[in-house]
Structure formats: C-alpha cells, structure tokens
Design a protein around this ligand. Sequence first.
Ligand SMILES: O=C(CO)COP(=O)(O)O
Length: 253
Amino acid sequence: MDRRKLVVGNWKMNGMRAHLDEVEAIGRVAAQHPAVEVGLCLPATLIMAGSERRGAAFIGAQNCHMDISGAYTGSLSAEMLCEAGASWVITGHSERREARGETNEDIAAKSAAAHRVGMKVILCVGETIEVRDAGRAEDVVSQQLLASLPEGAAADWLAVAYEPIWAIGTGRIPTMEAVASMHAALRAALATRIGAEADKVRILYGGSMNGDNAADLMALADVDGGLVGGASLSAAKFAPIIEAADKRMKAAA
Ligand SMILES: O=C(CO)COP(=O)(O)O
C-alpha cells in the first residue's frame, strides 16, 4: 500500500511573529521534498500570517470547536480556522483530553465539524504509562480510537496519530517492536469500522520523535509519518525528520 508519508509539526503554545521565519524555512524544506506531505499546526494567532509564508507546507490548527458558531467565549470554530488558512486540525491531543477533559465523543464531534468545512483531521490517541506497564496499551488505545472516530472516516480527510503520553516531551520512546505492534493493532481496529479503507489511512507516530530516531520509526510498516512537537520548532531540527521520511518514500518506490 502506497501511503504518502505525512510529517506534521505541532507547535503547541509556542511561537510569536518572530518565529515566522522558521515557518518559511520549513516551507522551503517541504518544497525540496515533494514526496512527503509536510505541515505545521500553529497556535491560532499565527495561522493567518503563517499561511502567507508556508511555502510547500500546509498550515493546521491544534483544536477546534464542535459547533459552527455560538456563545462559546474564547473558542474558535473549524470554519474560522479554515478561513484563516488552516487546512488541517489536530483533534484529541492528550494535552487536551487530559487537561481540558475532552471526551471521545467531543473528539469525534470536533473531527466531524472540521470535515464538514473541508478540513483534514489528525486524530490523536495514546496511553498513559500505567496502562503501558499493565500490558493493556493496545486494547486501550484501539478502543480509544474507535470511540473517537468520526462517522464516515476516510483516508482522504483523516489521519491518526499514536502518541504514547509518557513519550511526549520526555525523550523516551517505546521500542520499535512496541510501535510496530501498536500501529498494526490500530490499523486492524480501523478495519473493523471502515474495512479496506483502513489500509489507506495514515497512522503517524508522535512522542519525542527527532532527527536521530525518525528513520527507524518511519521504516516500520505501519508508521506513515510523524506528529512532532519540540523538534518541529526550528527548520534545523525538523528538516532531518522530513528527510528521513523522504528517504523512506524513495526506498519504497
Ligand atoms: O505531543 C507531541 C506532538 O503532538 C509530541 O511532542 P514532542 O515531539 O515534543 O515529544
């Protein structure tokens, strides 16, 4: 199955106008590696300016509301983010599931809302260290994925990111065997819901991905790219990850 590698930076609550030079530099790196789909999910304040300097990278948002409009102080709808220049949105990041109490149902609704306005979605799932240590990671994360999967999910608008919570920002990653096994389990779980379409859905790995481990991670059969936090904040750190994805695309061609 030819799945185009997808490498996306999640800037989280980082980035001021001064960092738009990095957006531009990453956009140039993306242009040098057209085999890879590259994007940056920016803080909402930078989406409009970032989308003017994005080069060959797409710009995404990090969250959206599930409703179109209304009395939701401080929230942004998918339509607003899309109009500002975001073509993708992250839903279900653990930093929102945990700290903001987002439920699987909320995440399915947000993902559907984004799809309705023509945006693409990166739906995040991942386990705590307690669940991993108890040997229940694959069951728990597969269930989380199915419970937060929006109606009509299809590969042309939905990607999944497996992000073990204990690997985010810690410099620790699961073993390659554990990542391979989880990604295969998630694809199998998807197939129970969407059948053969599951083969086309890109499943990204996220959590301490960097220039040193990206090549090994992206060589795994069901790892179709990365969702990258810290190492996406500068072109210098992000470029080696994009290059690793490009090499895999060429090796597979
Ligand atoms: O949460 C992440 C991306 O969404 C991963 O963050 P780090 O790459 O900084 O570990």
